[in-house]
Design a protein around this ligand. Structure first.
Ligand code: DON
Length: 304
């Protein structure tokens, strides 16, 4: 396994077409695109890494998997009254469907859906308490108390989050947002600004590999049925309007973020995190996707 990740990292270092870093969040626009990392966490606790796999990066939308899991734990299937479970086929920050679909976002991974999920998590709590709960949950699933938030990214995002504010106001007009929008976006932007290394991120996905149980830490995070369902949402919706392409090329449940990370789950086998900040036109990591494509070629881990 170590040889495979070394080979992948070496071949990614030679790639010249590395995509474009996200520039709509100023702090992310300043990241060096010539970076790459990969980590593979196995249920028995072994981790195989190459590249800068211990360097924290902004996980951005990958955090939406964790907030959905937390929301399901808090309010169960009631969350599905607030968000759907269908791929959107539209960009991650699109507003168009909300008008025809009564302010109910298509799924919990597009921005509108993730904002509604955070609203559900808040349930009358102060923003700081909700944020603490989210961060605590991420530390628990990754079995790592050192995970934190990159405050600079959070503030940079908050200062430019006009599109998310529009989505939140639009949903509120349909009665699908309860909380004060500034407070809600404060929690959402901080959640997206959680910083994790590939090693931490790979470990955080282990509960989705083994039917809801992190076998390495011994924690049962969710039921087997819930783990399967979260994986199905990642497969269908985790890469926005690039989800079909990701399923075609990689064939694993996966969730991307505009920081350039991707968390991919090979059920029963491994949790994989890749990071390369350059994005494709849709906003998914260009080399991260290529690296995962190579990995499944080597391992046969595609679910298809
Ligand atoms: O709300 C935003 O736009 C960002 N915090 C997250 C977007 C994101 O990561 C989309 N992913 N590919």
């Amino acid at each position: 396994m170590q040889e495979i990740v070394n080979d992948i990292a070496n071949s990614m270092a030679r790639e010249t077409e590395r995509g474009q870093v996200a520039d709509y969040i100023p702090e992310l626009a300043a990241i060096d695109p010539n970076q790459f990392a990969i980590s593979i966490a196995l249920p028995n606790g072994e981790v195989y890494s190459a590249g800068c796999a211990q360097k924290p990066f902004s996980i951005q939308s990958i955090s939406k998997v964790f907030s959905l899991t937390l929301a399901l734990g808090k309010i169960g299937d009631n969350i599905w009254n607030r968000v759907g479970r269908e791929p959107s086929g539209d960009p991650f920050n699109s507003i168009v469907q909300l008008e025809h679909e009564h302010g109910i976002p298509r799924n919990p991974f597009i921005n509108a859906g993730a904002i509604a999920v955070v609203d559900a998590i808040m349930m009358g709590h102060q923003p700081k308490e909700s944020l603490a709960e989210i961060i605590q949950f991420v530390r628990y699933i990754a079995d790592d108390n050192s995970i934190g938030i990159d405050e600079k990214v959070a503030l940079s995002e908050l200062a430019t989050t006009h599109r998310n504010a529009s989505l939140a106001h639009f949903m509120k007009s349909f009665g699908n947002i309860e909380h004060d929008i500034d407070k809600l976006l404060g929690v959402y932007c901080h959640q997206c600004s959680i910083a994790m290394s590939c090693e931490q991120l790979a470990k955080s996905g282990l509960f989705l590999v083994s039917d809801g149980m992190n076998e390495s830490s011994g924690y049962r995070v969710v039921s087997a049925q819930r783990a399967r369902r979260i994986n199905s949402l990642m497969l269908m919706c985790g890469h926005y309007d690039g989800s079909g392409e990701f399923a075609y090329r990689v064939g694993l449940p996966g969730k991307s973020g505009v920081g350039g990370g991707i968390l991919a789950i090979a059920p029963g086998k491994a949790s994989i995190a890749v990071w390369s900040p350059g994005l494709d036109k849709i906003g998914n990591s260009k080399l991260g996707t290529l690296a995962l494509e190579r990995l499944v070629e080597h391992t046969g881990w595609s679910v298809f």
